[in-house]
Design a protein around this ligand. Structure first.
Ligand SMILES: C[S@@+](CC[C@H](N)C(=O)[O-])C[C@H]1O[C@@H](n2cnc3c(N)ncnc32)[C@H](O)[C@@H]1O
Length: 228
């Protein structure tokens, strides 16, 4: 049996705690939330994603569902496959991990296409998937919420929602607005979120994140036409 490489170098393990999770553990953990891993529009964020061991498995499970349901209709398959890609998010602090993760996820996307239709994903569909992966897999520090390539800027995540079948709405949010606000209350780090939580069991006022940008609705095969 092939052994999975879990460590790149001792230096990286020392500096960044980099030890990849083995497939058996990944699957056992994902099985704890099995129904969510098989729900096409459930969203997953891996905040220290490495090369995407969890995200790749989630993507495979979701694309398996898409293939099972929609393989007979290539247009439906494409639309749901792109939607599945848009539900997967990651952050890593190391540039090569981010690049490897994006490439690996695209490889899973294309392999599924090949398995289903015996050909590569069409170029417009592939371009949309690649564009989403560029946006969703972020080079950043999950502890400070900032980008590595632009340390003054906070990490931004796009929410992708289907509209009228073949169109998508993209709204951009600051990552700081999406995480539970309470741990930072009073610290003065994020004044707009002070004392408010994202969740309310007892009727207290909640913090509802506002998008920092709303993009025009666009056909799901034209996502990459917008280059920002
Ligand atoms: C233990 S590995 C886990 C990787 C992956 N989640 C897995 O299970 O295979 C930790 C990862 O976190 C990344 N990392 C370390 N500090 C980070 C930080 N502050 N923000 C984002 N990623 C970080 C490392 O580069 C490494 O890829």
């Amino acid at each position: 049996m092939e052994t999975e490489q879990q460590i790149v170098s001792r230096q990286r393990t020392r500096d960044h705690g980099e030890v990849y999770t083995a497939g058996r553990e990944v699957n056992a953990m994902l099985d704890l939330v099995k129904s969510e891993t098989e729900r096409i529009d459930s969203r997953f964020l891996e905040p220290a994603c490495g090369k995407g061991n969890f995200l790749a498995e989630v993507l495979k499970r979701k694309l398996g569902v898409v293939a099972g349901r929609y393989a007979k209709s290539p247009a439906e398959y494409d639309r749901y496959a792109v939607l599945v890609v848009s539900s997967i998010y990651g952050i890593d602090i190391l540039p090569d991990n981010v690049e490897n993760c994006r490439e690996r996820l695209f490889g899973v996307f294309n392999d599924f296409y090949r398995k289903t239709y015996k050909t590569d994903a069409p170029s417009d569909c592939a371009a949309s998937a690649r564009f989403i992966l560029k946006k969703n897999i972020v080079l950043g520090d999950a502890l400070t919420f900032r980008r590595i390539d632009a340390p003054d800027d906070f990490i931004i995540f796009s929410e992708w929602s289907p509209v009228n079948g073949s169109f998508m709405k993209r709204r951009d949010f600051k990552f700081t607005h999406l995480v539970n606000a309470n741990p930072f209350a009073g610290a003065g780090l994020f004044p707009e979120m002070e004392e408010k939580n994202l969740f309310s069991d007892l009727g207290e006022e909640v913090f509802i994140p506002k998008p920092i940008k709303e993009h025009d609705v666009i056909h799901y095969l034209r996502l990459a036409d917008v280059q920002d």
